[in-house]
Ligand binder design. Structure first.
Ligand code: IMP
Ligand code: MG
Length: 176
């Protein structure tokens, strides 16, 4: 088990990279099955946190995909600031398309709720959600694939950050 210190916090391995890879491949199969024989889905990566998950997921999928990027930010340090900023949705072509939102983690669900609300206004044909991680208090969203349900503890790595650091760690680590 690895340990790492980022600023004032110590982290230890929660999900090693082999386990993440295996789960990403399973999710890719599920997404392939959902979209085989239909128009290529527009995979919307919610930056910054989902950038690595998205990159691995689309390469594990067999169906053709389109990619879009939006930006959401609300966290400062280890807690949500409650001040959600969303940008980039207006540039995407949503109407009549098969959409897959790709998130890193669902915590309170506020980010996803806001994204879904904006997307629904623009009449997608289908809307699926995939999130690598989900914390226990998250509300249930329809048509959602979750990679791993985790405890309510702060995690970093595989795209997720602590104050901007740790996104490059190749596994998910949890605060000790
Ligand atoms: P929500 O709006 O509360 O569901 O929070 C979602 C966003 O907060 C995620 O997309 C992450 O970027 C961030 N987040 C939530 N929990 C963690 C964590 O444990 N580590 C790092 N970022 C987190
Ligand atoms: Mg995020």
């Amino acid at each position: 088990m690895k340990t790492k210190t980022i600023k004032d916090l110590k982290f230890e391995t929660l999900l090693p990279k082999e386990l993440i890879k295996k789960r990403v491949n399973e999710i890719a199969l599920q997404l392939d099955a959902l979209h085989i024989g239909s128009e290529p889905p527009l995979m919307i990566c919610v930056m910054n946190g989902a950038f690595i998950f998205t990159a691995d997921l689309v390469r594990a999928m067999q169906v053709k995909v389109l990619l879009g990027f939006i930006r959401a930010s609300s966290y400062r340090g280890t807690t949500s600031s409650g001040n959600l900023e969303l940008s980039g949705i207006e540039k995407l072509n949503i109407e009549g398309k098969n959409i897959v939102i790709v998130e890193d983690i669902i915590d309170t669900g506020a980010t996803l709720e806001a994204i879904i609300e904006q997307l629904q206004k623009r009449n997608p044909l289908q809307l699926h959600i995939v999130s690598l991680l989900q914390k226990p208090h998250a509300p249930k969203f329809e048509n959602t694939i979750v990679g791993f349900e985790i405890d309510d503890r702060f995690v970093v790595g595989y795209g997720l950050d602590y104050d901007g650091l740790g996104r490059d760690i190749d596994e998910i680590m949890v605060v000790k």
